[in-house]
Design a protein around this ligand. Structure first.
Ligand code: GTP
Ligand code: NA
Ligand code: MG
Length: 408
């Protein structure tokens, strides 16, 4: 980039930490919104992206889920960020996903600010948190190290101003800049199909400024931006560097983590999209050919070891959830039995899903999606089971139970 064209931009801050340590509550308190009460089971399952203003300075926040299953989302969050806020509950201290978050931040080379949360609780022990962090080579300021640490309570609001000041201080040191005048590019944070709105991609603009009417390519999808919507549901005329925004108008939902860029015309967009689609298809075919070989090998082992398979077809609202589910199901496998995902994808359950499940004796799982009428009718006729979930824990528990049933 031309250095002269660079202008100051807001910091992108990712909130990370163990499940239920109060990441979303902290963001709610900062935004004066209330996202947490709208979450199924109080568990964050998608990445949320928001922008707030402190003393006239903007800060972009990305929330991530703390549940063990969401490693990929935490890794992506760390990669798209300038600063990681590591939330540690003072009554629970350092836990497995606290450590995982530290590792993601370190791998991405991103500075950490520690938010020691829930200090309003009688059982809070902030010193224990500091000692715990020390064991994972995070040296906080109050113990002579360089990492800023702030005691906070999402419940009472204590320490929030200090946390925001720490973020702005760290951002100043980083001297974050981008060129807002060039054509826009950035990264897809999450994408889904929404009834009435079509494909909705939450993106983070990293360079340039995105406008309605721009033609973009995101992964192997393309489209003309029909509308840009901010986290408060307002339509925007433009989205500059470090702005999170929902993009409407893509022909299909791209994958979380895909890069997007504005291109000069529709022909170019279509050409790139077709090329990438073809590439992805060739890759998938190659992968399948490879796994066919290993499946045969596995079948022969199967006769020896007697390992049984529990075939599943999984449809979900967003690609990130599907990744998290398959990761969690992978871990359930034992020498005797394992879950085998014969197909997965984002979007509602259709007749072709039922047909595929029927051909492979698979159970169908809908995560935050439903089956359409034709699919429901066909499933009933064929005696195919469809189960619906909106909490990953529940899904995994049920599959685990079903797998042990397969053994007995
Ligand atoms: P995941 O996204 O599921 O990983 O959880 P999270 O880290 O976003 O935690 P969440 O905001 O969902 O909070 C978990 C629980 O802790 C909720 O019941 C909150 O009300 C509670 N909680 C969060 N912050 C505080 C706090 O400062 N004090 C107290 N007492 N409770 C808190
Ligand atoms: Na939670
Ligand atoms: Mg959360």
């Amino acid at each position: 980039d031309d250095a002269a064209a660079l202008e100051p931009r807001p910091p992108v801050v990712t909130i990370m930490g163990h499940v239920d340590h109060g990441k979303t509550s902290l963001l709610d308190a900062i935004r004066h919104a209330n996202v947490v009460s709208g979450e199924a089971g109080g568990i964050t399952q998608h990445i949320g992206a928001y922008q707030v203003e402190q003393n006239g300075q903007k800060i972009t926040f990305i929330d991530t889920p703390g549940h063990a299953a969401f490693t990929a989302m935490r890794a992506r969050g760390a990669q798209a960020t300038d600063i990681a806020i590591l939330v540690v509950a003072a009554d629970d201290s350092v836990m497995p996903q606290t450590i995982e978050s530290i590792n993601h931040a370190k791998a991405a080379g991103v500075p950490i600010i520690v938010a020691i949360n829930k200090i309003d609780k009688p059982s809070a022990d902030p010193q224990k948190v500091r000692n715990g962090l020390l064991q994972h080579e995070v040296f906080v300021e109050s113990m002579g190290g360089e990492t800023l640490d702030v005691e906070v309570s999402a419940k009472t609001g204590a320490g929030l101003e200090k946390l925001l000041e720490a973020i702005l201080l760290q951002a100043e040191i980083l001297d974050l800049r981008a060129d807002p005048h060039r054509t826009a590019e950035g990264v897809v944070i999450e994408a889904k199909l929404e009834r009435g709105r079509g494909s909705v991609a939450t993106v983070l603009v990293q360079k340039g400024t995105l406008h309605p009417g721009d033609i973009i390519v995101a992964g192997s999808e393309w489209g003309r931006v029909r509308a840009l919507v901010n986290d408060r549901g307002e339509n925007m005329k433009e989205a500059g560097p470090a702005t999170p925004v929902e993009v409407l108008g893509l022909q299909g939902p791209p994958q979380a983590g895909d890069r997007f860029a504005v291109v000069e015309n529709e022909a170019k967009a279509r050409e790139i999209s077709e090329y990438r689609t073809r590439l992805a298809r060739e890759k998938a075919v190659a992968k399948q050919a490879g796994s066919r070989g290993s499946l045969e090998q596995m079948m022969s082992q199967l006769q020896v070891s007697g390992q049984k398979e529990f075939p599943l077809l999984i449809k979900g609202d967003v690609q990130g959830s599907i990744e998290a589910i398959s990761g969690a199901l992978d871990k359930l496998g034992t020498d005797e039995v394992r879950a085998r995902i014969i197909h997965s994808g984002a979007g509602g359950i259709t007749e072709s899903d039922i047909a595929l499940a029927e051909a492979s004796n698979a159970a169908i799982i809908g995560f935050n999606v439903r089956a359409n009428k034709q699919a429901r009718d066909l499933a009933e006729r064929e005696g195919i089971e469809i189960r619906y979930y909106n909490i990953i824990y529940d899904l995994v528990d049920d599959v685990k139970a079903a797998m042990s049933g397969l053994l007995s």
